[in-house]
Design a protein around this ligand. Structure first.
Ligand SMILES: Cc1cc2nc3c(=O)[nH]c(=O)nc-3n(C[C@H](O)[C@H](O)[C@H](O)COP(=O)(O)OP(=O)(O)OC[C@H]3O[C@@H](n4cnc5c(N)ncnc54)[C@H](O)[C@@H]3O)c2cc1C
Length: 415
């Protein structure tokens, strides 16, 4: 077990206040820490932007545990260790002719941290990454391991759990036969045309992501198209509601190919290359989930703030995620449009803008991403998550002494 000196999150926007950060290399070391009497919080790859992973005692960094990717005999699921990055899991699945249903923009994020916060990719009908989880193995405060399976009473409350129910050590994920994809970019979709055809635009491929700077247009539409089984390629349009297909982009050592070539699912679904360095972390992110059915209205409301937003923005990305039953999933009970902001590191300006954006989106009952910046307080969250009282009761039952509590959970969940 090693005490690690990194005190900041990946983006360098949050300094952990915990007494210690310990990278464990075995389950026994993790067990020793949870039974030591200290307050403990699980820590993944530190890609969250807020204090969600922090705690007053020990942060248990799981990225030093041996990586395991065990494929079930029926090839329908794979069991992985929680500190493993999606990129590692994806490569091993692909080597065995298997695939995940989706990936986030960044393959460097741990599966444990992504699951705890309902991290997602994009795609009509595709659930958050956590929707692929069928079994969780969780280290509790008594040092014992408990297994929670899809269909169990506590399952829907335990998947997206913000690290409040213990340290997830292993997860079983649904997998499917490997598939191939291509990525094509389209430039300059007029804003009004987009709003008039929003469902059709998002339906144009397996996974669709849009980028805008709130300047009256969608600057770029990214189609991630799935090649049908047995086919060599898939046809894509040259003109997408007036946005024209861009020439193949030059190869990059950071981003997955956007050039119309066909390749493995895991080399097209994320925006960033598995082996590459994504960016230097010079950013802050916030993200707001609104019902897909009211997507155009919600975007119109944010567009009104465009001039104020732009000076502080790198870009905004629009994606879709299908509903799932996890109690604390921002997609719980409804298909959503995700409005994600990648901000410049203008912390004060972003903090001032967030309440305005969230108030513009309040009529749409926007739920914020758990791992990104938000100004919403506990009362607001209570109104947005009908199952929050049930989650609170679960936290009290599973962790009565509050071993796994931290400032974020205390503030938002109020166990
Ligand atoms: C560049 C960048 C790109 C991103 N892209 C996307 C994206 O495409 N889609 C999206 O939805 N989000 C995205 N995010 C947000 C990110 O996916 C989430 O913040 C996610 O939680 C990060 O996982 P992590 O392993 O870094 O978790 P951490 O930040 O380390 O922890 C987050 C939470 O998970 C808990 N946790 C971690 N490991 C465990 C475990 N083993 N058991 C129980 N709880 C655990 C922690 O206690 C904490 O509450 C992005 C972030 C960055 C920085």
């Amino acid at each position: 077990m090693v005490d690690v000196a990194h005190e900041l999150n990946w983006a360098g926007t949050y300094g952990y206040l915990a007494e210690r950060i310990v990278r464990v290399t075995s389950l026994d070391e993790a067990r020793e820490l949870v039974t030591s009497g200290a307050r403990v919080r699980p820590l993944g790859t530190r890609h969250s932007f807020n204090e969600i992973a922090d705690g007053p005692g020990v942060l248990v960094d799981l990225t030093g545990l041996p990586t395991e990717v065990e494929i079930a005999a029926d090839r329908r699921s794979a069991t992985v260790t929680a500190g493993t990055r999606y990129g590692v899991i994806a490569r091993e699945l692909e080597r065995n002719g298997l695939a995940l249903h989706n990936m986030g923009s960044l393959p460097h994020i741990s599966v444990g941290g992504a699951t705890a916060t309902a991290t997602h990719g994009s795609g009509v009908g595709l659930g958050a990454l956590s929707s692929a989880v069928s079994t969780l193995e969780i280290l509790g405060a008594d040092g014992g391991l408990r297994t929670v399976r899809r269909g169990d009473r506590d399952f829907d409350g335990s998947v997206v759990a913000l690290g409040a129910l213990g340290i997830t050590t292993r997860l079983t994920l649904d997998v499917q036969p490997s598939y191939r994809m291509r990525q094509d970019a389209y430039s300059d979709l007029p804003w009004d045309v987009f709003l008039d055809h929003l469902p059709e635009v998002f339906d144009a491929a397996y996974s669709v992501c849009l980028f805008t700077e709130w300047d009256g247009r969608v600057r770029e539409v990214l189609l991630k198209s799935r090649v049908p089984d047995g086919a060599e390629d898939v046809e894509v349009p040259d003109d997408l509601f007036g946005a024209l297909r861009m020439p193949p982009r030059a190869p990059s050592d950071r981003s997955t190919p956007v050039d119309g070539t066909v390749g493995a699912w895991c080399d097209r679904l994320p925006h960033f290359l598995i082996g590459g360095t994504p960016s230097n972390g010079s950013e802050i992110q916030s993200e707001h989930f609104v019902p897909f059915a009211r997507g155009a209205e919600a975007l119109d409301a944010v567009a009104g703030l465009g001039e104020r937003i732009r000076p502080h923005l790198h870009t905004a990305e629009l994606r879709t995620v299908a509903a799932d039953p996890a109690w604390l999933s921002p997609t719980q009970g409804r298909d959503v449009l995700c409005i994600a902001f990648t901000w410049r590191k203008h912390a004060d300006a972003v903090a001032a803008l967030l309440p305005e954006i969230e108030s513009a989106l309040a009529p749409f009952e926007q739920r914020p991403h758990w791992g990104k910046m938000s100004s919403l307080d506990a009362d607001a969250m209570e109104a947005l998550y009908p199952q929050l009282p049930a989650f609170r009761a679960l936290v009290r039952r599973i962790d009565p002494d509050g071993v796994f509590r931290g400032p974020f959970v205390d503030r938002v969940v109020r166990p």
